[in-house]
Design a protein around this ligand. Sequence first.
Ligand code: THU
Length: 138
Amino acid sequence: MTEASKLASLAIEAMSRAYAPYSGYKVGAALLCADGAVYQGCNIENGSYGATNCAERTAFFKAVYDGHREFTAIAVCGGKDGVISDVFPPCGICRQVMREFCADDFRVYLVGKDGVCTERTLSQILPDSFRPQTHMQK
Ligand code: THU
C-alpha cells in the first residue's frame, strides 16, 4: 500500500465520524506525523455556524495536543452524506493551520471518487503565504 492509499482509506474511515447536521457534508482527514503516527479528524459543525471545526484542523489539533510538531502528509475527503463525488480541497483556514507547522513540501492528498488521490504540496495550494516564523521576526 502506498502512503497515499493508506492515508486515503483512513480519511474515508474518519469521514464516518463527522458531525454535520447542518450542511450534510461529511469530511475526513488523516494526518501523518514525522514519526509515523497518524491522526484522524472529522468536521464538527455547530448551530452557530462559524464555530464549526473542519476535519483537517480536528486532526492537527489532536496531534498537536499529543505533542506532535512535525508532519509529512495529509489526506482529505468529503462529500454530501459521506459520498465522495469529487475532491474536497482544504479551506483557507486549514491551509494556514498547515502553514504553521508544515514545510513547503508537505504532501496534501485530495481523495476523489473511487479513492483516487491527487497529490499537491502545501506551497502549491498556499503560495505566497504568510509565515509567522519569518514574517514576524524583528
Ligand atoms: N469542511 C471541512 O471539514 N474541511 C474543509 O477544508 C472545508 C470544509 C467542512 C466544514 C463544514 O462542516 C462542511 O465542510 C461544509 O462546509
